[in-house]
Design a protein around this ligand. Structure first.
Ligand code: GLN
Length: 533
């Protein structure tokens, strides 16, 4: 039985208004009222998943616990709400079409002509309904990617229209739009919002609530005007102002009563407003940071969103240590052993970033060597950990041409190698070692002390592994394996115990770091960086 209520979140006027943050904020506010929620996203692009998109173009690829590669908005969902998303929480047009075409090939449409309506829309609806059917959640928040009016968004909006009609009071639509300020006229303009709502109405969807993004304060009369033109109650028009941090958005929304308006529309009792104690405490810490910390990101993707979960994870961990974290991109392609000291100057710690392919690898290796030899706090994530292992093999074990089989298949010392079961893989999409795997922690290691546990589950996204044939050589020369997978014996964490903080993880700790529960490795890395030597 599916009794879940559905909140559809659409966007108009412009992209990048923060639908993901509004969806996450609604989720958090409903949770604070005791409701079980989930958030899913539909993206209109044709890629089956974002796994093969260049991070410089699309930002980070997020990975769910069950190993699904998805949009970075799912990272916001988890950071705001602590829910664990799965492959049911993220769909693209490509995935929907692929499933429909596979059904057609299996003869499941009984000779019918397969069409966008009803076959594609039915598949979209099925996946929206399915996530509510488990009985685990009371609210499903479904974010529709793109902007109302985009050609490729139409099948999703048509599905929303049908579901709103079929589910009645159990489905509402929150529409996010933009109110620009025209400086020359000194006026805020509501026309773009009116037009985007008209367009939505043209598709048969009447929004129930409007969230207006604007850098300026919106007057009550402006809200009334928008309400009047858009067939929405004035009490259902909300303002989402620019805030110093996205984590303030739930508070701003709660102050205006967005959550109670949603409950009222869905026919749920509106009890006392919850205090949001933990969340407010976090915001107050965030607004009173006493020191600053500078972390050098040694990577090759220079886009704000390319390492989104890492920058968010570090900034959140910083808040718990009272410091504002500034992440500085250091282009590894520009680093050489001659200029490394100059390139790395002035940072409190270094993060050697994840990545794929040969480009910039030698720069990362030079940076790892510099950090290791100068006792600088350094965190290697995935490829970053592999780089730490290559550098150590070359310069400590004396294996001069040590490398990863990813970059140098001819190397005589493949310290990073393909896993056996990856050797026959020919399809690139969705075939890496993906998702949550157990990592047993070695007693007495820094990693074990930090996690304060015997084992943890962390998420993966890689094809190559530390070659355990070299393990003994590493361990006898000062690089310790402090975490491993108990089933496969694959190496999960390496560290140099005598170093201030030099640790690399084959997994991605950033995917499990949330506002209320930052990953312990991020917390401890920031602690180490903030200790002045
Ligand atoms: N390219 C490396 C691998 O496939 C590391 C991947 C990553 O950093 N996510 O193993």
């Amino acid at each position: 039985m599916n009794n879940a209520k559905y909140i559809f979140v659409t966007g108009g006027v412009a992209s990048s208004l923060g639908k993901g943050v509004i969806s996450s904020s609604i989720g958090r506010l409903l949770q604070e009222r005791g409701y079980r929620i989930t958030i899913q996203k539909f993206d209109p692009y044709i890629n089956v998943d974002p796994g093969m998109l260049n991070p410089n173009e699309h930002g980070e690829c997020y990975v769910t616990i069950d190993g699904y590669e998805c949009d970075l908005d799912l990272g916001h969902y988890e950071r705001f709400t602590d829910i664990k998303t799965t492959n049911r929480n993220s769909y693209t047009t490509g995935r929907i079409y692929q499933d429909v075409i596979n059904n057609e090939r299996r003869g499941e449409y009984g000779g019918k002509t397969v069409q966008v309506v009803p076959h594609i829309t039915d598949e979209i609806k099925r996946n929206i309904l399915k996530i509510g059917e488990s009985g685990d959640v009371e609210f499903v928040i479904t974010e529709i990617g793109g902007t109302v009016g985009d050609i490729e968004g139409l099948p999703f909006l048509e599905s929303v229209r049908q579901l709103k009609w079929e589910l009645g009071k159990r489905a509402i639509c929150v529409h996010l739009a933009y109110v620009p300020y025209i400086a020359a006229a000194g006026e805020l303009k509501t026309k773009p919002t009116q037009h985007s709502v008209k367009q939505l109405q043209g598709y048969g969807i009447q929004p129930d609530l409007l969230v207006l993004r604007s850098e300026h304060q919106l007057s009550e009369s402006l809200k009334h005007k928008v309400a009047n033109f858009c067939n929405v109650r004035p009490a259902c028009v909300f303002h989402s102002p620019d805030v110093p941090s996205i984590y303030e958005v739930p508070i701003r929304m709660q102050e205006q009563g967005l959550d109670s308006a949603i409950l009222e529309l869905c026919g749920e009792p509106v009890r006392q407003t919850p205090s949001m104690d933990g969340w407010r405490k976090y915001i107050s810490l965030r607004n009173n940071l006493e020191s600053e910390l500078h972390i050098g990101f040694i990577g090759k993707y220079n886009l704000q969103d390319a390492y989104k979960s890492i920058t968010e994870g570090l900034s959140i961990a910083g808040v718990y240590h009272g410091c504002k974290v500034h992440c500085h991109f250091i282009d590894c392609e520009q680093i050489s052993s001659e200029n490394v000291a100059e390139k790395l100057i002035g940072m409190d710690g270094y993060l050697i970033c994840p990545g794929f392919g040969n480009r910039g690898i030698e720069g990362k290796i030079a940076a790892a060597q510099y950090c290791r030899e100068h006792n600088l706090p350094t965190f290697g994530i995935c490829l970053g950990m592999q780089v730490m292992a290559i550098e150590f093999a070359r310069n400590v074990l004396g294996l001069k041409d040590a490398n990863s089989m990813e970059f140098a298949p001819q190397t005589s010392h493949p310290v990073i190698d393909l896993m056996e079961n990856q050797k026959s893989v020919s399809v690139l999409g969705g075939t890496m070692r993906l998702g949550g795997y157990k990592c047993a922690l070695i007693q007495g290691s820094k990693a074990q002390e930090i996690y304060a546990d015997t084992s943890v589950v962390e998420r993966h996204r890689h094809r190559y592994e530390l070659n355990n044939d070299y393990l003994q050589q590493y361990e006898s020369t000062g690089m310790m394996r402090s975490g491993y997978n108990p089933e496969t014996n694959l190496t999960e964490i390496i560290e140099i115990p005598t170093h201030r903080w030099y640790l690399g993880t084959q997994f991605h700790p950033e995917y499990t770091s949330t506002v209320m529960h930052p990953n312990p490795l991020f917390l401890d890395f920031i602690r180490a960086c903030s200790l002045k030597d």
